[in-house]
Write a protein that binds this ligand. Structure first.
Ligand code: SF4
Length: 250
């Protein structure tokens, strides 16, 4: 996945699309941000400078699907999460999860959320209408996270096999956030396929990954033409520009 932060307007459509696609329930009272369920989270960052030098950028943050020493997988005592070497997707197996939240502590990207409640989809409000039968229901007491809409991959593969194909074409499998983004800031494809758009985008000098220094090899890349944004993403190259003095996140 490649997210162009220069295009992102911070509208939050990706968060809504993700929740609807993956049967993430919304509580009547969502005022406690620590207990809110959102697999895709949007951060607002600024360069901390006073007007008129103030600049703002928005950071959509799904699970990075870490490729190397996947921190959450390494610590899970219940083998409830694993990285598939075939698809590169880090899964979450809710029926195995014992809710210890060790993975949440290990994830450097805060990409995991603990589900404090059973699903809440009141029929009287018509909220059962958008429920997807392809997504496992979750009970309270388990950890959840973005799976790059794994069910969409399965659906695309099934269709391809039915048509006698072994390979997926570009664009046949994309995540819900990619599809919904009105600014087309998110591009999705196969990073290992040099013909796919994502493989070309990551060669941009503006491309970076979050906390690269940790060596987790995230499969989510960001693009930003703003130096201070790339610095925030931990891709700071000393001597190239003035470091920012104050950063606000919220
Ligand atoms: Fe695991 Fe967090 Fe990496 Fe996702 S971003 S694979 S939850 S460590």
């Amino acid at each position: 996945m490649v997210i162009d932060l220069d295009k992102c307007t911070g509208c939050g459509t990706c968060m809504v699309a993700c929740s609807v696609e993956n049967n993430v329930s919304v509580r009547p009272d969502e005022s406690d941000p620590q207990r809110r369920l959102t697999w895709m989270r949007l951060y607002k960052v600024t360069n901390g400078k006073p007007f008129p030098e103030t600049e703002v950028s928005y950071f959509p943050r799904p699970c990075m699907q870490c490729d190397h020493h996947t921190p959450c997988v390494s610590v899970c005592p219940a083998t409830a999460t694993e990285m598939s070497y075939e698809t590169g997707i880090v899964s979450q197996i809710y029926t195995r999860c014992i809710g210890c939240r060790y993975c949440m502590a290990a994830c450097p990207y805060h990409a995991r959320v603990f589900n404090w409640w059973d699903g809440y989809f009141p029929k009287s409000k018509g909220m059962t209408r958008y429920l997807s039968p392809e997504i496992s229901p979750r009970m309270r007491g388990v950890v959840e996270k973005c799976t790059f809409c794994h069910h969409r991959l399965m659906r695309a593969k099934t269709k391809a096999y039915a048509e006698g194909r072994r390979e997926l074409e570009e664009g046949e499998y994309i995540t819900a956030c990619t599809e919904a983004c009105p600014a087309q800031a998110i591009t999705f494809g196969d990073l290992n396929n040099p013909d796919h758009k994502v493989a070309k985008l990551i060669k941009s000098p503006y491309a970076f990954r979050l906390l690269e220094k940790l060596g987790t090899e995230p499969k989510v890349y960001y693009l930003s033409s703003k130096d201070w944004v790339r610095e925030l993403g931990d891709n700071f190259l000393p001597g190239q520009y003035e470091p920012v003095t104050k950063v606000k996140m919220g």
